[in-house]
Design a protein around this ligand. Structure first.
Ligand SMILES: *Cc1c(COP(=O)(O)O)cnc(C)c1O
Length: 381
């Protein structure tokens, strides 16, 4: 049990609110995959997957076979897709735990076919999602290799092409997304020509669903008598990839700590490593048991703030590995044991992961994922 006074509260109500909103935006004909990779974007894989599954979620997206195995123990019946493919040594686990790997390399198909034949599975027993590179240049089969790769999905193969998938690199910009959608449409036609028909066209993440910017994929799915699938992560957790705040989304995570010590220092006193903060007046400092090892970026030194007593308390001095000090001089009646909020709301003030991202030159994704495993997560209603 963790007794150090720092924790993250994960709101079931807000998670399910966002999930229902995304379901509505995606539309009935579209399958929604809940992306829970990287410990559900720092929110706690088990807590989130359980809550989403109880709400009806059937598809989950994770990064690796390892994450997928962990999720399998939580959700025995769900479909689990591992985005980063399979690596030598992982094929047995794919069959054993009924996982669905994303694939795009011939050698990945070799690994899975060999394992399938070794186990004597039936033809087309293992569903895989084939990623097409339409412009991200990260993973996915390139157009010139697609036809060759498709010959591997013959009637006798243990593998079944369940979905053709792609990923948009700039969902907030119409032009590159248009181009990517055209590339995807051409790939889907190539697949059709080869006599294969995947059940799903999997394309689109939070940004596309929130903006309804890629309806062309839904049309494409209709034309080929398949279904569209979208894969949403960030928006489930209450953040929009494009906007500072999205009125309809509700942030799911609140990050809290308690004030563990208070001191008053005279004007001229230095605070923290390097003495980078000098008290300009008699100053009251509150100590918080949170540092960069907990995921609070050191870039917030002398820039960030915590909410204490319903007000913003600026970070004073450098953030240490395990601790940070905030200036509470102007906040009356702060006591040891009071709650401080690092992300979330307190009274009428709030700090969002987007705001911290702005202050540290990154994106809310990274701020949320950075919250360390040693910070316990608990589900609240
Ligand atoms: C992470 C990821 C997503 C989800 O993206 P969000 O912007 O968080 O919705 C979708 N697809 C793939 C392949 C991903 O890696």
């Amino acid at each position: 049990m963790t007794t150090r006074p720092i924790w993250a509260e994960v709101s079931r109500k807000n998670l399910l609110h966002n999930y229902r909103l995304l379901l509505r935006l995606a539309g009935e004909s579209t399958e929604l995959m809940a992306v829970v990779k990287a410990n559900a974007y720092g929110h706690g894989l088990e807590l989130c997957a359980r809550a989403l599954e109880a709400e009806g979620a059937r598809w989950f997206g994770v990064t690796s076979v390892e994450e997928a195995i962990t999720l399998r123990t939580v959700c025995p019946a769900a479909r689990i897709v591992a985005f980063s493919g399979v690596w030598p040594g992982e094929a047995a686990a794919v069959f054993e735990h009924r996982l669905t790997p994303v694939v795009w390399e011939a050698w990945q198909l070799d690994l899975l076919e060999e394992e399938g034949r070794r186990r004597g599975v039936a033809a087309r027993e293992l569903p895989v999602h084939l990623e097409i590179d339409t412009g991200m240049s990260r993973q996915g089969v390139q157009r010139e290799n697609l036809t060759d790769l498709l010959t591997r999905f013959g009637e006798r193969s243990p593998l079944r092409l369940e979905a053709a998938m792609t990923h948009f690199h700039s969902p907030d910009r119409p032009e590159p997304t248009e181009l990517q959608m055209e590339g995807f449409a051409a790939a889907v036609e190539t697949i059709e020509q080869s006599g294969l028909r995947p059940e799903f066209l999997s394309a689109g993440s939070s940004a596309d669903v929130l903006d309804q910017s890629t309806r062309a994929v839904t049309e494409l799915a209709r034309r080929y008598k398949t279904r569209r699938m979208v894969r949403t992560g960030l928006a489930l957790y209450g953040y929009s990839p494009q906007r500072e705040a999205d009125a309809e989304l509700r942030p799911v995570l609140t990050w809290k700590a308690r004030v563990t010590s208070l001191r008053d220092v005279e004007a001229g006193t230095k605070v923290g490593y390097g003495g980078t903060f000098t008290a300009q007046r008699r100053t009251r400092l509150a100590l918080l048991p949170v540092g960069y090892a907990d995921g609070l970026s050191r870039l917030l030194s002398n820039r960030g703030y915590a909410l204490v007593g319903g007000e913003r308390a600026p970070v004073a001095g450098r953030i240490s590995m395990d601790q940070a000090t905030v200036d509470v001089t102007d906040i009356p009646d702060v006591r040891v044991g009071d709650e401080a909020v690092l992300i979330g709301e307190q009274g009428t003030v709030r700090v969002t992961a987007s705001e911290l991202a702005e202050l540290t030159g990154t994106i809310p994704y990274e701020v949320l994922c950075a919250i360390a495993p040693r910070v316990p997560r608990k589900m609240v209603e």
